[in-house]
Design a protein around this ligand. Sequence first.
Ligand code: CA
Length: 431
Amino acid sequence: MKTVGSSVTCTALCFWALLPLQGSASGAQPQTNQNASSVGQSTTRFLKFRSEAELQNFLAEEPSSRRVHPELMWVETDTAREKALTASALAARGVEKAESDHFEYRIPKPLRGLQTATDVPSAKIWGISKINAPAAWTVTRGQAGVVVAVVDTGIDFNHPALKTNMWINQAEKNGRAGVDDDGNGYVDDIHGADFISGKATPMDDEGHGSHVAGTIAGNLPSESFYGVAPDVRLMAVKTHNTKGEGSKSSVVKGILYAADNGARVLNCSWGGAPEAAEYDQLLFDAIAYANKKGAVLIASAGNEAANNDTGMHFPSNYDLEGIISVASSTNRDTRSYFSNFGSRTVDLAAPGSNIWSVTAGGEGYEFLSGTSMASPHVSGAAALLLSSPAGSQLTPAQVRETLMAKVTQSPEWLSRVISGGRLDVGFIGGN
Ligand code: CA
């Protein structure tokens, strides 16, 4: 079982500014263009209600508030309005928890180029062979109906290794420009949605998300470049900006969008410690909802070389059976020097040092290192498993249990991750 610590050390700065909350009808699905938060500042507050009746009463009495999601007991309001109500007044109206927006779920700065001389791989996409993906490919290379959401900086869906594998929302592709043709609350969301700028097009303007996407489902035979699951589809869920900052609001809405639009795997190569001394219940509730919808969430363990059993790192540390927390290994199956670990909080290791994948903005490739690069190997593995005849009906918890049971164990990892080993998907091919 994963464990969650009882205290959080805050190193966070909370940025309060004058951005007004733009209202919408109570209970309505959010519209992308009305819903963008300006990263670095937010006056959004989130209130969790004890009962549906109390939530509905509050929405009726507070027209500037709106529900976060029809299935969640959370309402968005603004700081000024929430501060005008005392804690006792909020409690009397059914609020059991109030949380702030924040910007602590960061994408770590990528470690560029080859990291150490001893870890230089003999083949560029060494991680693919290390986890025995080609053995799994004898049974499946992935099915187009299995969608992996890259909850990140967007995806360069014009890159030749990615463009044939993008998820396509057919109702929007064949619909009218400027219209929410499928009524999912987002206008022109053909390949995904952008929760940073509010624009319809989740193009990657940073590079992190495209590199991650390439490891999951890149597919360009002419360049001998493949991801773990080269025939699944990639949904671009843009939750982080060019500085690697994502707000709690953007990641929560991105996760809910991915789950509601059919993603079975959510790759989250980011994380951090939430605001001072608060357990981030809204993000937890959003992920629990995604799990309930059948989506497994893959979370990087972090790049601080820290023990997550004694430190805070979310979402990887949340105690949910539908989250797989991932450490980074080298081509020698040792721990990458930067990788976080945790015998009670990190599930397994996967290749994350010197990973060759897509560079956004052109046709190029580059080496990056990080637990951000390890997580997409696991996301690809989950997608392969869900594409296989034996795995198509697995729940998120069963995907986690299966991948953890099939790792290649080693002394290096026995004391550092729950499963005691590094990802291996050879079993999907009968190995
Ligand atoms: Ca739409």
